[in-house]
Design a protein around this ligand. Sequence first.
Ligand SMILES: C[S@@+](CC[C@H](N)C(=O)[O-])C[C@H]1O[C@@H](n2cnc3c(N)ncnc32)[C@H](O)[C@@H]1O
Length: 200
Amino acid sequence: MRASGTQGYGEAAAVLTEEYEKLDFARVHRDTLHLFPQSPCRVLDIGAGTGRDAAALSRLGHRVTAVEPTAELRSFGERAHADCAIAWLDDGLPDLPRLTALNLEYDLILLTAVWMHLDATERARAMPLVAARVAPGGLVVMSLRHGPVPPGRRMFEVTGDETAGLAAACGLRLVHRGARDDMRGRAGVHWTYLGFARPA
Ligand SMILES: C[S@@+](CC[C@H](N)C(=O)[O-])C[C@H]1O[C@@H](n2cnc3c(N)ncnc32)[C@H](O)[C@@H]1O
């Protein structure tokens, strides 16, 4: 079954792969990069797309798992970043059944441009499952897209306040909150970046 929120991605994969891969990892994450663990650690990228960030983090020496439910993006990523030891997983929010079954913890979890694909019920279901994967002392970094929804996609308006509230209820402390313009310059699109830490 197709994961909620993936609508429109497979069809547009040829264009999207190019757009995602053009973005620079360090620019995408410039606001929170100083919070990322410096020594090699366990990283989980949920909604990894083509694996741009997974590959960059793997090259920095981290052990990376990339969760991506859209087959077209995942298989592009597997091929394009075959030189990186990324563990790819076909799984999706809100329930992440395959990831949950692995029962592992991660020091850094990325949810970059993904969370707004879930409706309110799904977001409330997903947060405890994501939080359960965070190792003590670990970090979760999320970006939330605001603005017009591209045709054919499933997206919801999600606030930083709601997300911080859900995270706090799961024991995750807000350590970064910032607003950003759209890196790709799309009219009316802007972003909230959030960082959460689990106490050590
Ligand atoms: C805007 S793209 C961002 C991709 C990547 N994180 C990046 O920054 O380039 C959103 C990604 O979320 C994935 N996605 C959509 N719904 C999802 C869900 N329910 N669970 C996990 N990933 C999902 C899509 O397949 C797509 O790869």
